[in-house]
Design a protein around this ligand. Structure first.
Ligand code: HEC
Length: 234
């Protein structure tokens, strides 16, 4: 081996060691996030995390996550930052609309007394609720709308609410709040639309919010479709 070659090999080995050394300390964590209520939410959370910690937000997964909650993928050097620190920043960051982000840590225990923070959040929702009645469904309940709604329903909702709306989808097993039987809305009149739209947009307890994932028209198509889910006749 010539001296030149030896040098090249040595440099290669050294840079490989440096690269793998740096790589070994890098970890990617996936964290489920509550409070993603608008298209501005992901940007706000990314900005807060990258500003406060030496982390890189790789992105968000909104579609097809196991239990419906959006997932944040974040990369960091485990020597410099801990998952605990990341979760603390998430839990202390607010969405531009005023609701708080929170790490989704599993079931919501609805029978426990509300925490102070939850009581405050409830106040925000209560303040919003008068607006519910002012929404009007712009999508006629046509056969086309039902077809679009059904496609979305099967893809995003049936895992919890069941294919036929019976509230017993496979992902809902063990939930503290049962996904509602959507049959109760069968053939409901127009006055139900704003409530259904608001609920689908914002979610509640184990029901994820869909405002950031589905367009307004898609959510109205779902409202139209839900009202066609008939209870069994026998
Ligand atoms: C991860 C499970 C889950 C998924 C996925 C899910 N839901 Fe829900 N949904 C729930 C739970 C749990 C509730 C009851 C929440 C509560 O009352 O606190 C609920 C409640 C609702 C309600 C309120 C019904 C009522 O009678 O008040 C509507 C409407 C609804 N869901 C529609 C949808 C639609 C449409 C989708 C798909 C885009 C969907 N849900 C996806 C779990 C889910």
């Amino acid at each position: 081996m010539s001296k030149n070659r030896i040098t090249i090999v040595a440099v290669l080995v050294a840079s490989l060691a440096a690269a793998t050394g740096a790589y070994a300390a890098k970890v990617v964590e996936e964290i489920q996030i509550e409070g993603m209520v608008s298209p501005a939410s992901p940007k706000a959370l990314t900005a807060a995390l990258e500003e406060k910690l030496a982390v890189k937000v790789l992105g968000y997964e909104f579609y097809g996550t196991e239990n419906g909650w959006p997932i944040l993928k974040v990369e960091f050097d485990s020597g410099a930052v801990s998952k605990d620190q990341i979760e603390k920043v998430i839990d202390s960051t607010k969405d531009p609309s005023g609701t708080s982000f929170r790490v989704h840590r599993g079931q919501v225990k609805i029978h426990l007394p509300l925490l102070e923070e939850e009581t405050k959040a409830d106040g925000v929702f209560a303040a919003e609720s008068p607006d519910i009645g002012q929404l009007t469904n712009p999508i006629p309940a046509s056969a086309d709308s039902h077809t679009r709604g059904q496609e979305l329903y099967v893809k995003f909702c049936s895992k919890c609410h069941g294919m036929n709306g019976n509230g017993a989808g496979p992902s809902a097993h063990g939930f503290s709040t049962d996904p509602r039987q959507l049959w109760s809305w069968y053939q409901a009149d127009k006055s139900a639309d704003p409530y259904l739209f608001w609920f689908i947009t914002n979610g509640r307890s184990d029901m994820p919010p869909w405002g950031v994932i589905l367009s307004e028209n898609q959510r109205w198509d779902l409202v139209n479709y839900i009202k066609t889910l008939a209870p069994p006749t026998n």
